[in-house]
Design a protein around this ligand. Structure first.
Ligand code: AMP
Ligand code: ZN
Length: 467
């Protein structure tokens, strides 16, 4: 499989460290608010990557943190902890909002068919691991204590800007010359590993440490949690593109200084979902959630398909018009699939050929748009229904659009209450017609029409069907 690697900025053949397992790490959500559909674009594309690796025969161990402490309102170690700001907003404790928004995140993921990673670890579970990593970095001379905080010394590295292609705006996040400048830092790019002093002294969650009562920096969380569960050799690290700098850059600095050798091989970054105002962002407050889409009548899987229709390395602009187009396409697709009768036996040579087209698309840097085209190719293929359904079922292991079950799940005929109601209406209509009460008969016909029911009058009697 060819995968674009932000480290090197080229498409590269994916070769994991070991042929036994692929170690994959994902930056989890900062749980101070609902995830917006931009965040979820990133998690959908990471889910496709994980599922495609499994589909290709790899064993995958996927680890994700939950950021419930230490992510400050500016990525440059300044500002208030986002969790604390969220707790104040809702007049709750930090742990209460962490629990609430963690549950909300996984409920959104379930609606989008995003598999829960094998390991999910909240940062507040791993304070000992953070302290251990910071202590080692101090012992090895990569860190220093100043003004009560522990900092990573970026001047000790041969190369700090590992992703190379940072533009000025990206860099400004970490090295801003603003009033917030922290005079304890030896170098502008140094960052905090452990806080005991910040101008926000009301930080709710704090722990004892060799450097005083305090809390971890955000970056150390991911380095430590990945080390704890994935070990010294990480194959793929994922996140949204905004995480590349400074978060992932700092993770690499810490992890490689700590471990003493190259750490992660492939960096998978998903470009942003934008709306008319630019990047969708939690801190802007006014953002779109899965629940909002549901309340407007959209099946969440329509949003999943909307994401799969474009390449993860291109920015994606959300509009309701384009979502409506996807909704129509999705409905047509599942209807066409539901209409395939499962006749014949699976022709395995033909199935391999059709699955091969899908693999070709996804092997080329996870081209999900072409992967979807491969589904349409199956519909048009010159083969029997059993083969088509088998192949679509296989492809849906990766696409996870409920291409086969959705229609069956929603089959209204399975609902006996509904059937009884329809039959009662048809009976009333027959009686009204017999009594020449055309107004009532027409009203009942309109009601049935709204229920998507067509009544068929024939010489053999009255039957009905769903449209
Ligand atoms: P957060 O909860 O802010 O820590 O972000 C969770 C994930 O969503 C991270 O991987 C971010 O890089 C990613 N992310 C944030 N905003 C967007 C966006 N507008 N589009 C796509 N991904 C995003
Ligand atoms: Zn992270």
């Amino acid at each position: 499989m060819q995968l674009y690697n932000s480290l090197g900025q080229t498409k590269q053949e994916f070769v994991p460290y070991s042929d036994k397992i692929v170690n994959m790490y994902t930056c989890g959500p900062t749980v101070y608010h609902y995830a917006h559909i931009g965040n979820l674009r990133t998690y959908i594309m990471e889910d496709v990557l994980e599922k495609y690796l499994r589909f290709s025969g790899y064993n995958v161990k996927r680890v994700m943190n939950i950021t419930d402490v230490g992510h400050l309102s500016s990525d440059a170690d300044t500002g208030e902890d986002k969790m604390l700001a969220g707790a104040k907003r809702e007049h709750k404790s930090v742990l209460e909002i962490a629990k609430f928004y963690t549950d909300a995140f996984f409920s959104d993921c379930a609606k989008l068919n995003i598999k829960t990673p094998d390991v999910v670890e909240p940062a507040t579970n791993c304070i000992d691991e953070f302290i251990n990593m910071v202590s080692t970095l101090l012992d090895k001379g990569y860190a220093y204590v100043a003004g009560g905080n522990v900092y990573f010394d970026t001047s000790k590295l041969d190369e700090y800007y590992v992703f190379g292609n940072m533009n000025e705006d990206d860099l400004a996040v970490g090295v801003r010359d603003s009033v917030e400048e922290d005079t304890n830092k030896r170098n502008k790019t140094d960052f905090v590993l452990w806080f005991t002093k910040s101008k926000f002294d009301d930080q709710e969650l704090k722990w004892e440490s060799p450097w005083g009562y305090g809390y971890p920096g955000w970056h150390i969380e991911c380095s430590s949690i990945s080390y704890k569960h994935n070990g010294e050799y990480l194959d793929i690290h994922c996140g949204g593109i905004d995480n590349a700098f400074p978060h992932h850059t700092n993770e690499i600095a810490q992890s490689e200084a700590f471990i003493g050798h190259k750490w992660c091989k492939y960096w998978f970054h998903v470009l942003h979902l934008n709306d008319a105002r630019g990047k969708m962002s939690k801190s802007k407050g006014d953002f779109l959630t899965v629940s909002l889409l549901e309340s407007k009548g959209y099946n969440p899987l329509v949003y999943r398909m909307f994401c799969l229709q474009s390449h993860y390395r291109k920015p994606l602009t959300f509009t309701y018009d384009s979502l409506d187009n996807t909704a129509k396409a999705y409905e047509k697709l599942v209807t066409r699939i539901a209409n395939i009768s499962p006749d014949g036996e699976v022709d395995s040579a033909k199935a391999d050929e059709l699955i091969g087209k899908f693999k070709e698309a996804l092997d080329n840097d996870l081209n999900t748009a072409l992967g979807l085209t491969a589904v349409y190719d199956v519909l048009k293929a010159d083969t029997n229904g059993a083969t088509k359904l088998f192949v679509i079922g296989e492809l849906d292991k990766v696409l996870s659009l409920n291409l086969i079950t959705e229609k069956e799940d929603e089959e209204p005929a399975a609902d006996s209450d509904l059937t009884a109601e329809i039959e009662a209406l048809i009976q009333q209509r027959t009686e009204a017609r017999a009594a020449k009460d055309w107004a009532t008969a027409d009203a009942i016909r309109d009601k049935l029409k709204k229920m998507n029911v067509t009544v068929i009058d024939s010489k053999d009697g009255i039957t009905w069907k769903f449209n």
